[in-house]
Design a protein around this ligand. Structure first.
Ligand code: 26W
Length: 822
């Protein structure tokens, strides 16, 4: 057959086959027969990338010509997940490629499985950044994601003897077909040293920063294609390299090896992602990473301004910069420094630009996660920034004095410098002062920010605060992860819902439709069976796809309360042991998630889950009515398998602790019902789907707060609730630990004597909610009806809606139409 389509852009099956074989030969240097599975994956990835480049270049050309206002999303984490499948979906060539591959004798799913995902994030915050890039491209907004190209992303998790073991994530091992290196846009970042103040010929005070070292940042660009649009934006990640110009003294003095050694050290800057998302540890390297990517990114924006011949005083008109938590908050001082020291702007004008350009999203209420840097460390690494921060603080506190005269307590609470003991720079304060907008990520979270963590700032600058409830992309988390459900929905309501998620409402009438319910159930059954097969392969545990799959998949944290879930499992087990013929709803309890390597309690929680599983799964008396599975190495790839297979989504954090949650949205969108507290976005999910379609339990944030104030005594709950006591005693007796009565003591003692996350207070309410869940599951039609209604009413939680809110209320940017030539 004669085929006239271009090998690099065509989308006919014949062209795709030709292009694939072409890449295998000319890019991988292999032919079928000696090629590995990875060679085939790479050939396919390059084939897809070719089809993206056309749009990418066209988009860049349009932005340059039109001098478009651009969103710069600054984030220390982008948890992108595998790219190939998503790009196929967004390009709209999934089916053609599937056919092309199968005609060549390959299975597309196997090839997708081959991709090593870039795990450049810890959890919610990093994944949110990735969803937002997808939505910005889909809505046609000019945007750049700026971050760090960590050589090692979040560690790979192994489980040995029930314990978490960390292994380095060598994601670049086999090459990354999605990125393009841009060495011509490298920039230099200064670190350490000292400053010199002088007056120039015009009489203007000036500062010269003489650094101790200079690190070079090299950008690597990855295209971010919108869903079925021509827009292809950029994720620009920086790699650190030693700068040639640096330390030539050492070279000249003949200490060649010493000089090379120092060079190697500066390359450590982008080496590894910090794996904790709980406690800010104040490590010098972490601050170095922050200034490194922020300075590179701001300098890159200055380069773009210059290339487009836009004068610097228009910086705030050209860029809207979003700070994803305080990790990039040093941008406040760095932007000031660039404008003042390097571009001779005066303070007031520079400050006006800085405030108009920046906005800040807070993602956590946990006090120990708020970033602060010891002054010595800070001044040693960033002497000039510290001076600028002092000046900002000086002017800011004068402003505070005018608004709140004679209120020294307030001054010290608001100061950018914490002086209550050892002195610290408070990054959240810096972000609040330097931004024109500050937002939380769910209604409750924003309210608590205003009342609590950032209360003084809310009183100082009420107009800066707003809420932007998180969302998730339906392309990756339904279209890609759950093709059968996507097809079923599309058959009923057309395919507009993938970009207009509110359209899902049109499913409501089908909730009662028995035929539709039946189709719905068989899809759920099939995805569960496929997860069951995966579990058998991974864990050697056989689980029954007809049992209820309750899943808790997220980072392991005491505040997320995976151990509350475990207490329920033990309670059910105890009931079965006491009454072996008890008629219970068969259940499979699934867990997935990583613990920060230094977080002992979280690691002990993993061990507990596995230990309970070992006993329960093997006990013949249980007769397969209970199974407990810990899925190792939870990441985006695994998440995509997990969401579609859930019947029940466990969102059981202590009220007031989970800023939003986004897994809760992904589960509900795939037809899981939620058991949850009034925390984060759960509240809004419940509002949307209806209280009658949500399994609520537990104290409210206010009740938790009051109880804490009154003096909470967990031991009272232990003493007065026999089932709770029995569950905790079982753990303590060594029953799950081969007789070792000490192993879990840190956990049980913490619960009985301190219980900072109120598990014991919520236990009974949780058990009762779980009983309602089990009851309803007995009536499959009622359950399915509820699941359909949940999906139909989840439209609000698209990241497209979140991004539209940011555009309207913070960024004030409009879409740009991309026309492709030829
Ligand atoms: C120790 C430094 C540190 C502190 C906090 C590293 C990372 C963090 C993140 C803010 C933790 C995080 O991922 N927060 C999550 O952000 C999600 C997106 O907004 C929310 O849905 C989650 O509720 C919140 O825990």
């Amino acid at each position: 057959q004669v085929c006239s389509e271009d090998t690099r852009t065509g989308v006919l099956v014949e062209t795709l086959k030709r292009s694939f074989l072409n890449n295998l030969f000319y890019v991988q240097g292999k032919f079928p027969g000696i090629a590995t599975q990875n060679d085939y994956y790479m050939a396919l990835a390059y084939m897809v990338r070719d089809r993206l480049l056309h749009r990418w270049i066209g988009t860049a050309a349009t932005y340059t010509k039109q001098q478009t206002r651009t969103v710069a999303y600054l984030s220390a984490e982008f948890l992108m997940g595998p790219q190939l499948g998503n790009n196929l979906i967004n390009l709209g060539i999934y089916d053609q490629v599937n056919q092309a591959m199968s005609e060549l004798g390959f299975n597309l799913e196997d090839l997708l499985e081959q991709e090593e995902e870039p795990g450049l994030g810890n959890g919610g915050l990093g994944r949110l950044a990735a969803c937002y890039l997808d939505s910005m491209a889909t809505l046609g907004l000019a945007s750049i994601g700026y971050g760090i190209r960590y050589e090692f992303g979040i560690f790979d998790q192994d489980i040995r003897d029930g314990w978490q073991v960390e292994r380095t994530d060598k994601w670049l091992r086999y090459g990354n077909p999605w990125e393009v290196e841009r060495p011509e846009w490298s920039v230099e970042v200064k670190l350490g040293g000292h400053t010199e103040h002088y007056v120039d010929q015009t009489g203007r005070g000036r500062v010269n920063w003489i650094p101790y070292e200079v690190v070079q940042g090299i950008p690597f660009d990855t295209p971010i294609l919108g869903y079925r649009t021509n827009t292809a934006n950029t994720l620009r990640l920086w790699t650190a390299q030693a700068s040639e110009s640096f330390d030539f003294d050492a070279f000249n003095s003949g200490d060649y090896l010493g000089a090379v050694y120092e060079k190697m050290a500066s390359e450590n800057v982008s080496k590894v992602l910090y794996p904790n998302d709980d406690v800010s540890q104040g490590k010098r390297l972490r601050l170095t990473q922050q200034i490194f990517f922020v300075s590179c990114s701001l300098q890159d924006m200055f380069r773009i301004m210059k290339a487009q011949e836009i004068p610097l005083h228009q910086f705030a008109d050209k860029f809207a910069i979003q700070l994803n938590d305080t990790h990039p908050a040093i941008a406040v001082a760095e932007l000031m420094r660039l404008l003042i020291d390097e571009h001779s702007m005066d303070w007031d004008e520079a400050w006006g630009i800085t405030q108009r350009t920046l906005s800040y999203t807070n993602h956590t209420l946990l006090p120990e996660a708020l970033e602060r840097w010891p002054i010595d460390l800070f001044g040693n690494l960033l002497p000039r920034h510290l001076e600028i921060i002092y000046e900002i603080n000086h002017r800011f506190l004068d402003e505070v004095r005018i608004k709140f005269p004679d209120d020294e307590d307030r001054i010290s609470r608001l100061s950018l410098i914490d002086e209550s003991g050892e002195r610290y720079v408070r990054m959240a304060h810096l972000a609040c002062v330097g931004s024109h907008a500050i937002n939380g990520v769910a209604e409750l979270h924003t309210q608590l920010l205003k009342q609590d963590v950032l209360r003084d700032f809310a009183e100082m600058y009420p107009h800066k605060f707003s809420n932007k409830t998180n969302g998730v992309t339906p392309r990756r988390f339904i279209a890609l992860s759950n093709p059968p459900l996507t097809q079923l929905i599309t058959d009923k309501i057309g395919d507009r819902w993938l970009t207009q998620l509110e359209d899902l409402r049109q499913l409501e009438p089908y909730a009662e439709d028995l035929e539709f319910q039946h189709q719905w159930q068989s899809i759920k059954r099939a995805t569960k069976a496929s997860l069951a097969a995966y579990i058998y392969k991974q864990n050697g545990i056989s689980v029954n796809p007809d049992s209820m799959f309750g899943i808790q998949a997220k980072r392991i944290h005491e505040y997320k309360r995976q151990h509350l879930n475990v207490l329920y499992i033990i309670t059910l087990y105890n009931r079965l042991k006491a009454n072996p013929d008890l008629d219970i709803t068969p259940r499979t309890f699934l867990f997935g998630g990583k613990a920060a390597p230094g977080y002992f309690m979280a690691k002990l929680m993993i061990k507990l889950i596995n230990s309970v599983g070992e006993v329960v799964n093997r006990d013949p008396e249980v007769r397969d009515r209970l199974k407990v599975v810990f899925l190792k190495d939870y990441n985006v790839k695994l998440a995509q398998r997990v969401y579609p297979a859930a019947d029940l989504s466990e969102q059981i954090s202590t009220a007031g602790k989970e800023a939003s949650g986004t897994g809760n949205m992904k589960f509900a969108l795939n037809g899981a019902l939620t058991i949850g507290t009034l925390d984060g976005a759960n509240i809004e999910i419940r509002e949307e789907v209806g209280a009658e379609n949500f399994f609520l339990f537990g104290l409210t944030a206010q009740e938790v707060y009051d109880l804490r104030g009154q003096g909470y005594c967990p031991r009272d709950y232990y003493d007065s609730n026999p089932e709770l006591k029995l569950a905790l005693d079982r753990i303590n007796s060594g029953f799950f630990s081969h007789g070792d009565t000490d192993l879990f003591k840190p956990l049980t003692d913490s619960l009985i004597y301190h219980d900072p996350f109120f598990l014991l207070a919520d236990y009974q309410s949780y058990i009762e909610a779980q009983e309602r869940v089990s009851q309803l599951y007995q009536d499959q039609s009622a359950w399915t009806r509820m699941a359909i209604l949940n999906v139909a009413r989840m439209g609000k939680f698209s990241s497209d809606r979140s991004i539209q809110d940011y555009c309207d209320e913070i960024w004030h940017v409009d879409p740009v139409k991309i026309e492709l030539s030829n």
